[in-house]
Design a protein around this ligand. Sequence first.
Ligand code: NAP
Ligand code: GDD
Length: 323
Amino acid sequence: MSKTALITGVTGQDGAYLAKLLLEKGYDVHGLVARRSSDTRWRLRELGVEGQISYHEGDLADACSIQRAVIKAKPDEIYNLGAQSFVGSSWDQPVTTAVVDGIGVTHLLEAIRQFAPQTRFYQASTSEMFGLIQAERQDENTPFYPRSPYGVAKLYGHWITVNYRESFGLHASSGILFNHESPLRGIEFVTRKVSDAAARIKLGKQTELRLGNIDAKRDWGFAGDYVEAMWLMLQQEQADDYVVATGVTTTVRDMCKLAFEHVGLNYEDYVVIDPQFFRPAEVEVLLGNPGKAERKLGWTPKTSLSTLIEMMVEADLRRVGKE
Ligand code: NAP
Ligand code: GDD
């Protein structure tokens, strides 16, 4: 019999890739969708899966809607990908971020505990929890030191997941994922901002790219690879926590170089440093050690940063070209 999965954040980057993966595996896929005044399903259309998902209206801040979705969908697996996920906005909306990214996790875990204790649960935790890094390469045993309201909220989400596993025996896993990108990435995140700008500048539709701290370093992978790790976590007999990363870190500056070189341009001729894009507290460097995911899940990243950036720039060239 086919399995049923409920994905919160199904309209986001990871939600779209995960929905596609689960549909390919024969799952009955349900998605929680928050009420918005404009269309949010464009990523699902891009991947050709919009019509294959059962939608439940709900918001992670609203416990009633979460309970209703869990009771109606009767999922074997829940993937909690919904979040206010932009670090920069978390200083402008710290309370919303805390409620959605933190308390929202408890709403789901409580619904599982009360109505569906056999349901397996995945929590979308983040390398932002490492923040001011306490080890050169971060793994599951590295102490956390979040540097943004987003990181703080996600740390609560991580620990409440661990706590419900230990308190009530729930099959609840926390995936500590490092940055992962794709052509479906939101335009506010730096890789997509850069790929879009490289395409626009190449096509004569933009003249400069304004960025913040280009010396920051991130461990960037491809979202399509990372959703496989999420699924693998829920197929294990025991729930656990896993770091998912490439094990390579690159500056924003070198990522820009890759994007602009792909269209035959020199990033230094176009990038302008603008103080408005610096953060109140920065995460200067992230570098993950995915050894446990490799050993226990048999997961390895397949896509290099240069391939990923090429994929993103090519998609933006096609899109901007049609505008
Ligand atoms: P994303 O593209 O920003 O998607 C976020 C999703 O959450 C969207 O579907 C959004 O719905 C939904 N959402 C926002 N507020 C909600 C609310 N109050 N109730 C219900 N749903 C809500 O993020 P992503 O890159 O796919 O990331 C997926 C998850 O992984 C997030 O939890 C993120 O924090 C975490 N994460 C991401 C990365 C990364 O590098 N991508 C790394 C580590 C962890 P709308 O479409 O309606 O806005
Ligand atoms: N967004 C943005 N815009 N970032 C910039 C810019 C700019 O103009 N200029 C420099 N940066 C730097 C940021 O200061 C940060 O150090 C780095 O680029 C990456 O920023 P983002 O792409 O916004 O991602 P993030 O690392 O803050 O957060 C993402 O990854 C986390 C995992 O580590 C998000 O996807 C989070 O949801 C996720 O948890």
